[in-house]
Design a protein around this ligand. Sequence first.
Ligand code: PRP
Ligand code: MN
Ligand code: MG
Length: 178
Amino acid sequence: MSEQPYVIDVMISAKAIAARIEELCEEITGEFGDTDKLVVVGLLRGSFVFIADLVRELDLPIEVDFLEASSYGDGMESSREVRILKDLRGAIEGRDVLVVEDIVDTGHTLNHVISLLNSRKPARLKSIALLDKPSRREVDFRADWIGFEIPDEFVVGYGIDFAQRNRNLPHIGKVRFN
Ligand code: PRP
Ligand code: MN
Ligand code: MG
């Protein structure tokens, strides 16, 4: 499948992403302005580019941690079964936490992660996703902040992969099969 030829059209430019991140960071800074320290949690692997840009725009005292959850593997179809492959390094009880995700598709991944982290009794727990595909949702979940709502297209780049490829594209691209 990954050998099938495809082209990538630009869907959201690097410049548009940067501008949106500035807006989002103003809102997040407002929400967490009184925090002693915000734990920013990136969901590996897809969020690694977004979290890197996001934390550099956040004017708050922060810590960074990562959690790896995988539902897609190398396929195009959600397994609906979210596996925690790597847990947080730090405890989050009583802490302010922001979970950073690249995309919410069926919603299983972020929904599962938020329930898991909520059970650890953080003081405040919020989530942000760069992209949201509401038309694909299978569970009732919405991130607190969303960068862009997109139609049901297969997207890559800015951290998002197609069979582990194209994560290093600086923009969000739309995969088109020939
Ligand atoms: C992708 C994406 C989200 C999740 C969204 O991750 O990065 O984490 O799927 O899909 P959902 O809303 O249907 O659960 P993937 O499992 O492919 O792992 P990756 O981040 O390592 O690419
Ligand atoms: Mn992911
Ligand atoms: Mg993936």
